[in-house]
Design a binder for this molecule. Structure first.
Ligand SMILES: Cc1ncc(COP(=O)(O)O)c(C=O)c1O
Length: 397
């Protein structure tokens, strides 16, 4: 069996890895280079095609299409840029309601909020930590009776677990509400028999430095709809009308991905299957090594999905564990291992204190007990053992 915890070629140490005490700091999810990034960079530099256009961009978009199953892909400068473009092509405007799970990163809704939309936060399902389709159905029914349906429902993949898109799509189809999939954390995952995001009107992916594969920064918008993709491409490059001079019937953005970064991304997407297997292996090793600790539970994996376990997350129930999430977090930090509480629910964030919401107890419970452990595939077995020992120490104490 391949041991994916130890790469065949040791990755160069990323510059942000600092020394802590006598040992190396173990990061949450450091970039793990595939090995041929330099060759690909050399090729792109020698070709002179370094701008956000040309053959390397086309090849990167094709590679993302192959990995996600989407026929139309636009490479963008970040996942947030892809989300912003998605909201624009879905014609989100001031006062429109955008429904999203509260248990996510702020970038899920930030561009919509900046466009004047009103976010409404729904709770997640304890079995998957993703948008609860039962709650969504009930809320859509009530909204239809009120005569105020959302303009878009955003499904969000979490820590490598894709959302239950079949149920979400069926609920939204009844009211003709489009679904946007924020799959920034879902690349490589499977849900309902399809790659993450597939089936949504539009999906957004991220290739930032901590993701399962990275371009050093970047994102992608993906869709089945060529017209929608053409609009996004137009807006991503300052919405230039066809004319010999600069002419604009709308304002756009500078959201294209540089070919230099796309070259790195191409090398990385090529090893996505290996990275998925390795992240799953890391999660399985944590789960086995910590299985006997009372009150500790790894993130669940629902029957309908196959997570990448981009980040290995655990819950610590203080009533049964005799310790708590923050003691475990501090013990790991002291041992030189970076870890982070799971997402603080957006409706609990000061900026969204007045935002409308439905439920939220599940997300609040996850935030009270949840911790993301070091999950990078550049970790060695010894690194992971150090993490496991530090966690087990909290139960011995
Ligand atoms: C759920 C979610 N949405 C959106 C983003 C934004 O992606 P990016 O950092 O590439 O802008 C991220 C990651 O940062 C994310 O985790």
């Amino acid at each position: 069996m391949v041991n994916y915890l130890v790469s065949s070629r040791p990755p160069p140490t990323p510059p942000n890895i600092g020394e802590r005490g006598a040992g190396r700091r173990i990061h949450l999810s450091a970039p793990h280079l595939a090995g041929d990034e330099l060759d690909r960079l050399r090729q792109v530099l020698e070709s002179g095609w370094v701008a956000p256009a040309g053959p390397t961009i086309a090849a990167f978009e094709a590679a993302i299409g192959a990995a996600t199953g989407f026929p139309h892909v636009l490479a963008t400068s970040s996942g947030t840029a892809a989300l912003h473009l998605a909201y624009r092509v879905l014609d989100i405007g001031p006062g429109d309601e955008v429904w999203a799970p509260g248990f996510t990163f702020v970038a899920t809704v930030a561009p919509a909020v900046q466009m004047g939309a009103v976010p409404r936060f729904l709770d997640v399902c304890p079995k998957s930590w993703t948008l609860d389709p039962g709650l969504l159905r009930a809320e859509l029914r009530a909204a239809s009776r009120r005569g105020r349906l959302p303009r878009v429902v955003v499904a969000v993949d979490i820590y490598g677990q894709a959302s239950e898109l079949d149920a979400i799509l069926a609920a939204c189809a009844r009211y003709d509400v489009p679904v946007l999939s924020d799959s920034a954390e879902g690349l490589g995952a499977i849900a309902c028999g399809r790659p993450a995001g597939r089936g949504a009107r539009v999906a957004a992916f991220s290739f930032n430095g901590n993701k399962i594969v990275t371009a050093g920064g970047g994102g992608a918008l993906a869709t089945d709809d060529p017209v929608l993709l053409a609009r996004a491409r137009h807006l991503a490059s300052h919405a230039k009308d066809p004319a010999p001079h600069y002419q604009h019937s709308a304002t756009g953005h500078a959201y294209g991905l540089s070919s230099v970064l796309a070259a790195v991304g191409l090398a990385q997407v090529a090893v996505l299957p290996q990275r998925v297997a390795a992240r799953r292996g890391i999660f399985a090793r944590y789960a086995a090594a910590l299985a006997d600790l009372p009150g500790l539970a790894p993130m669940p994996e629902p029957r309908w999905g196959r997570s990448t376990h981009w980040l290995s997350a655990i819950l610590v129930d203080p009533a049964r564990a005799g310790t708590n999430r923050d003691r475990v977090r501090i013990a790991l930090e002291e041992a030189g291992a970076e870890c982070r509480p799971v997402w603080k629910p957006l409706p609990e964030q000061p900026v969204f204190r007045d935002a409308p919401r439905a439920g939220g107890a599940v997300a609040r419970g996850l935030f009270a007990q949840g911790l993301c452990l070091p999950s990078g595939t550049g970790m060695t077995v010894a690194d992971q053992d150090l993490v496991i020992d530090a966690i087990r120490g909290c139960w011995r104490a």
